[in-house]
Ligand binder design. Sequence first.
Ligand SMILES: [Zn+2]
Length: 328
Amino acid sequence: QAVPTKRRTITMCGSVSVCLSVFAAWIAIAESGSGNEWGYEPGIGPSTWSLHYPQCGGSSQSPISVDTASAVLDKNLTAFTFSGYDNVNNISMSMKNNGHTVQIDLTGKLMTISGGGVSDIYRAKQFHFHWGSEDRRGSEHDINDNHFPMEMHVVHYNSKYDTFEDAVNETNGLHVLAFLFEVGTVNHHFDEIIHHFYQIAHKADHVNLTTFPLSGLFPGDLKVYYRYHGSLTTPPCSESVIWTIFKETIKISEDQLMKFRHNVHRNYANETDRDISNDFRPTQHLNHRFVYASDTSAIYKPISASGTLVPSSICIIAIIFLLFVFTW
Ligand SMILES: [Zn+2]
């Protein structure tokens, strides 16, 4: 018996739509394979990353909000030994604009950290920045919900692996040192970086820097820090990172921050300029994790100015309202 024409049409439509879905899925896979389809703007922003990079939806993600009152004192979190950080010989620094940040790649394999409560030795690979379009945002980590205008990440990989790529998916494969910034006077240690921004104004631009001692960028007190286990804050969000967040901030001037905000762009040279600013991922849930502190001075209850001001101002408004009602 012949299939009625109507039913045959429906079956054909079904196969065409299945075919189209398969084609759409294939395109989606092909796009995710390119690895470039992520950013911070709507459509490709942090809330979409886990669609193409499943690890971004994991339970040990970074950054986080550090609640200083809940941090656990860990006496094993001793001082770091920085080797080669005050050296300029046999280390080369290449700065690039990758469309997401300003990154300085380090070559020479001579800069290592050890100690700091971690048994392995880690080699410095690169450092980069996250910053906001205004002072009240920009950092990825925050302290008691206080955000900072900028954050610097010095990315290291475990020296038991030959390369960064070999380490990126391994437990304790990476160690990132995070430094928060506050507005202060001009910090000339950043001159070599900022003065070359005009040469990396657009995506894919790069320039070789005159090597400077990386330790010059660091604040004075490197003994007081927070520690937790998390992930890369950009795709593929690998959960292989030991995080160290130093309590003392780096000071930089408003004028220097403005150079980060407006002199480097996330587009190619032949496109309309768009600032890289606001290249930070929102904080992620702590879930089962703890944040540890190396010193009691890092464990404190924040003085909440707004917490006391808000109820008192509501109180004053209520009194004025009652006075108004009763005198009327
Ligand atoms: Zn980063």
